[in-house]
Design a protein around this ligand. Structure first.
Ligand SMILES: O=C([O-])CC(=O)C(=O)O
Ligand SMILES: [Mg+2]
Length: 548
């Protein structure tokens, strides 16, 4: 008799939790040790193993192996302690997982679409492990988090993001598909690494790259016409153009541009409410003019307009600084998206000592209320900059958003210190809570730092479009997500609470965001008509939960 494939199918196995009757029925007798365990016991045993590992990278490897072995158990383990699990399977540990992808290789997952195989795209897509797919996350590995070109190692990101689509957004793991586009790498260390598993070649670019992406999109459209296609961690020169090319053609969004923007806007709304101001009345400065930084500023500007500002007023309140300095209209190195934020050089003449004004010049000459960083420039929010800002506004809003932790523009504890606890802070990567032992009226408690990560948004968007059968992701849907997240800010009820919900609550919050996004999809005419009760029921029906 053929051995049962059941035991080694990660989506159907129960491991040692198969009952005696099931073991007899499925031909598993003798293949498992005698004791029959419960899922709960398996979860506790697994957490003991996770804790026993020496480093977070080891914990990441353990959890990824568990995912490949038994998905119901993997998701039960994550769900049992979301705050501990999240930084292990996702930011920041996943960065190390990507860096060391080739040496850590265990088992295949998802699809590797490599340039040398480009004549066989359809065949490769048809080889996908499961034919019915709700969500694809795709990367070409060129701009992984804040750690740059990781080539084929970028696959860690789609795998990690899709785990959270399932954990938080309830997308059935059998209906998710991670994809890595392997167009080579410009990372010299990887090209020299004898164990590198990707295509050992410099990156294909320009028209050839664009044509390759187009062929893949066309193949996905034919094979999986209703799928949500999420673009992740593409380098700035490709990210926005790809989004523009496809956003009106399929159900798609860019997580780094739109997801990061929506979560930052959600946290900003909480912060503005605590500070007692409106966004349109603030001078908002962004350090970093990559696709994520510009995406955030686009949403900030749109929100100012929603608050009643004119387009010109909103533009006048938005400032973007890159490595060279302020974006100004006389610069010839700006993309169209960047140019939309450029200021007339005559507005700032004399601000920079020699050349373009920098961050320090801006905080000196403007009453900057909101300082955002998506620059990967570690420590760029210096003590002098933060103190200058704090001397001019009551509650400075400071968001060092770069990932991973080592790239943050400032450490929250320092910002807190420099502003005597007045700053409203959110970060991109996790940081320890702010200690309140000596000073302040709330001397008895530590305040967690809100981690402004797009994980608050993308799983809920996936749940929304799947439940509502949406055909497009509109800007208004992303703003609805931001607003619903802002409404869930614990700081609205308690000004000393963090700006964003606790990780332990993120799955419940996702339901509220999903409803808002789904309703907006219906309102925008990109989903079939349904009222809120029907959408709520559809969201409940769509939600997959782990269990045997
Ligand atoms: O993955 C994360 O933690 C956030 C993100 O999209 C990025 O930094 O590229
Ligand atoms: Mg990303």
């Amino acid at each position: 008799m053929e051995p049962s494939p059941l035991l080694n199918d990660p989506l159907r196995t129960k491991g040692t939790a198969f009952t005696e009757a099931q073991r007899r029925e499925h031909g598993l007798l003798g293949l498992l040790p005698h004791s029959v365990t419960t899922l709960d016991e398996q979860v506790r045993r697994s957490w003991n193993e996770v804790r026993r590992q020496a480093t977070d990278l080891d914990r990441y490897v353990y959890l990824r192996s568990l995912q490949d072995r038994n998905e119901n158990l993997f998701y039960s383990v994550l769900a049992a302690d979301v705050p501990t699990a999240l930084p292990l399977v996702y930011t920041p540990t996943v960065a190390e997982g990507c860096r060391r992808f080739s040496e850590l290789w265990r088992r295949p997952r998802g699809l590797y679409l490599s340039w040398p195989d480009r004549e066989h795209l359809r065949e490769m897509l048809r080889n996908r492990p499961h034919s019915d797919v709700d969500v694809i996350v795709v990367t070409d590995g060129q701009r992984i988090l804040g750690i740059g070109d990781q080539g084929v190692g970028g696959m860690g990101i789609p795998v990690g993001k899709l785990s959270l689509y399932t954990l938080i957004g309830g997308i059935d793991p059998a209906r998710t598909l991670p994809i890595l586009l392997d167009v080579g790498t410009d990372n010299a260390d990887l090209l020299d690494d004898e164990f590198y598993l990707g295509w050992r070649h410099r990156r294909i670019d320009d028209e050839a790259y664009v044509a390759f992406v187009e062929d893949i999109v066309a193949a996905v459209e034919d094979e999986m016409p209703d799928v949500l296609l999420q673009w992740e961690d593409f380098a700035t020169p490709h990210a926005a153009p790809i989004l523009e090319r496809y956003r009106d053609r399929l159900l798609t969004f860019n997580d780094d541009i739109q997801g990061t923007a929506a979560v930052a806007l959600g946290a900003l709304q909480g912060a503005a409410a605590v500070a007692g101001t409106r966004l349109r009345d603030q001078q908002v400065v962004m350090l970093g003019a990559g696709s994520a930084g510009i995406g955030v500023m686009d949403m900030v500007r749109q929100e100012m307009i929603d608050e009643g500002a004119s387009d010109d007023e909103a533009r006048a309140h938005c400032w973007v600084v890159d490595v060279r300095g302020l974006l100004t209209t006389d610069r010839d190195d700006l993309s169209d998206d960047q140019r939309a934020f450029a200021h007339d050089p005559s507005d700032v003449s004399g601000w920079g000592v020699d050349g373009l004004p920098g961050l320090g010049d801006l905080v000196e000459h403007l009453d900057v209320g909101v300082l955002l960083g998506l620059s990967t420039a570690q420590g760029a929010f210096t003590e002098e900059i933060i103190r200058t800002m704090a001397a001019k506004v009551d509650r400075p809003i400071v968001f060092p958003l770069s990932n991973p932790t080592s790239n943050a523009e400032a450490r929250p504890a320092d910002v807190d210190d420099w502003t005597d606890g007045k700053a409203l802070i959110a970060t991109g990567s996790p940081f320890p809570p702010l200690s309140r032992d000596q000073k302040g009226e709330h001397a008895d408690r530590d305040i967690p730092v809100a981690q402004c990560n797009n994980v608050y948004i993308f799983p809920a968007v996936g749940l929304a479009v799947t439940a509502a059968r949406a055909t497009r992701v509109t800007d208004a849907m992303m703003r609805a997500a931001a607003r619903a997240l802002g409404d869930a800010s614990p700081a609205l009820a308690d000004s000393h609470a963090p700006l964003l919900p606790a990780w332990a609550d993120v799955r419940d919050v996702a339901d509220g965001i999903a409803l808002a996004v789904a309703a907006q999809a219906v309102a925008d005419g990109v989903a079939p008509k349904a009222d809120d009760d029907e959408l709520r029921a559809a969201i409940r029906r769509t939600r997959w939960s782990p269990g045997y």
